[in-house]
Structures are given as structure tokens and as C-alpha cells.
Design a protein around this ligand. Structure first.
Ligand code: SAM
Length: 279
């Protein structure tokens, strides 16, 4: 019996949002597989998300476009491996399949077993996968055991994950990766608020982020108000950072974000991306 916990269940919600992309204009990406992982309960959660803070689902679309581009650019710049960390039901390994780059997935056993079964129904093989809680298993060692080269240039996608993790787990985890792998970039999305102390600047920000949290059915204990911790407490350089809403013009959606009320746009500044570089 597959037991997908509340964090694993969030992957269905994200897939349900992606499944609606063909109805959008402009269309920001093409993920024909997302509908396989959508279900009524997750579609309900996606509707609840939009009710809690209407731009939320648009930001998931922006983030998908952003991480897609990160993978494409990473491979074009010489990455020979792509690791989808907490990849859930994203289908990057198939959408960006490339003879020059090997894909690896890491997620909880129940999530990846479910995904593998769905892919098998459609005659598709799952990318080499490491099953387990990545905060507990030795990720570099586990990946090396399924064909990963610890010394080859690598990009890691850590999308829709950091906010769910215990804050004290982040630096030890990143330091374990950095200690074992010589050259990689890791991209993630995050909230630029101290989520542990719920240190929001305005009451609106609190209500909106906590509404998003409730809709996702999982709590957000972690945020990063200051990215210099990754340079001070781990051996990384911050290579890129910004807000997803700030990408609107580039994504041909400038009028959408410009049309939001000013206070929505303020809250959106809290949802950001970051790329860390090692080596
Ligand atoms: C919100 S979903 C995002 C999935 C995917 N990255 C995307 O954006 O579509 C979060 C995923 O991270 C996985 N995850 C979170 N924490 C994890 C951990 N400690 N170990 C393994 N997987 C984890 C969950 O199982 C889930 O599949």
C-alpha cells in the first residue's frame, strides 16, 4: 500500500497546476505528462491555493518556466548530469532528455514508486532514482551507487522543497553535498522571510503565506531572509537570485503582474529563486 505523506502529496497539487498550462496564454511551458498526476483532491487544493492568494498558481507557472530554463542553460553550459532533488512528479528527465546529460531523481520511496507505476502504464522508464528521505540517506553515495559521477559537472534542481524542510537540516544537508561533489550548481525556490519565527513585515503577508500553507496541506517552517548564510555557513557562492514576479516581463506576462494590486506585488517579493555554485 502506497503511503504518500503530506509533503509527498504536495507533488500532486503542483502537477495539477501544470496540467492546466495548455489553457493559458501565453503558455509558459509544455508538460503533457502533468495530467497523469492530477486528481480531484489535488485540483481542489489548487483552487484553494488560488482563493488564498490569487497569484499563487501563476507563480508556480513562473517557477516551472524558470527551472526549465535553468536545466536547459545548465546543459548548454556543460553540465553532464542533472539531479532532481525532491523532484516529485516533474518530468524534466523526459522533457529535457539529452544524450549529453544523465538525469537522476531523488524523492521519497512512496512518491517515486507511484511515479514509476504511472510511467510504466505509459511504457516510459523512470530515470535512475534514489528512493528515501534525502535528509537521512547519504545522497552523494546513493547517487554514485546508481551511476552518478561525483566529479562530473552537475546541476541540481531543488524545486518546491526548501520551505517544507526543518530549518536546522538545511546547512548540514548542503554541506554534505558540497563535501562529496566537486563542481555543481543547485537552484531552489524559497521564501525570504524567517518562517520559523513568522517574522512577516505586514499582516497581509502573514495571512497570504499562511493561506498558501493551509491550501498545500503542509507547513512551511523554513525561509531565508538573508542568502549570505550559504556563503558563510557552507562553501557556496550565490550565483543568481531574484523574485519570480520579477521575471514577468521576460516571460511575456508583464501585464499580468502589473495588473495586480500594489499590496499583492509586495507580498510576491517574498517568493524567490536562488542558484548556489560550488567549485
Ligand atoms: C511540492 S513537491 C515539488 C515537486 C517537484 N519538485 C515540482 O516542483 O513539481 C515536493 C516534493 O519534494 C519531496 N520531498 C520533500 N522533502 C523531501 C525529503 N526530505 N526527502 C525526499 N523527498 C522530499 C516530496 O516528496 C515531494 O515530492
Amino acid at each position: 500500500m502506497i503511503d504518500i505523506n503530506e509533503i509527498g502529496a504536495t507533488a500532486f497539487v503542483i502537477a495539477s497546476i501544470r496540467a492546466l498550462e495548455p489553457e493559458k496564454s501565453p503558455q509558459l511551458f509544455n508538460d503533457p505528462y502533468a495530467q497523469w498526476f492530477s486528481n480531484e483532491q489535488a485540483r481542489g487544493a489548487a483552487r484553494q491555493l488560488e482563493a488564498a492568494f490569487p497569484p499563487s498558481t501563476t507563480m508556480v507557472r513562473f517557477r516551472t518556466r524558470y527551472f526549465n530554463r535553468f536545466i536547459e542553460r545548465g546543459i548548454a553550459d556543460g553540465a553532464r548530469q542533472v539531479v532532481l532533488l525532491g523532484g516529485g512528479f516533474d518530468m524534466h528527465a523526459h522533457i529535457f532528455a539529452n544524450p549529453d546529460a544523465a538525469f537522476f531523481e531523488v524523492d521519497q520511496k512512496a512518491v517515486l514508486e507511484f511515479k514509476r507505476a504511472i510511467l510504466a502504464e505509459h511504457g516510459i522508464e523512470q530515470a535512475p532514482s534514489l528512493f528515501g528521505n534525502y535528509l537521512e540517506v547519504d545522497v552523494p553515495d546513493g547517487l554514485a551507487g546508481i551511476g552518478f559521477d561525483l566529479n562530473a559537472p552537475t546541476v541540481m534542481v531543488w524545486e518546491g522543497n526548501t520551505m517544507y524542510l526543518p530549518p536546522e537540516s538545511i546547512m548540514p544537508f548542503l554541506n554534505r553535498l558540497a563535501g562529496a561533489m566537486s563542481s555543481f550548481r543547485i537552484a531552489f525556490d524559497y521564501f525570504s522571510v524567517d518562517m520559523q519565527d513568522r517574522d512577516f513585515e505586514t499582516e497581509e503577508d502573514r495571512v497570504r503565506l499562511e493561506g498558501v500553507e493551509r491550501a498545500m496541506g503542509a507547513s512551511f517552517p523554513t525561509g531565508f531572509p538573508d542568502l549570505t548564510i550559504f556563503e558563510q555557513e557552507a562553501p557556496f557562492k550565490v550565483a543568481e537570485s531574484g523574485s519570480f514576479a520579477g521575471l514577468a516581463e521576460e516571460f511575456g506576462s508583464g501585464d499580468v503582474v502589473a495588473g495586480y494590486p500594489e499590496d499583492w506585488r509586495e507580498t510576491l517579493k517574498l517568493y524567490r529563486f536562488c542558484v548556489l555554485e560550488r567549485g
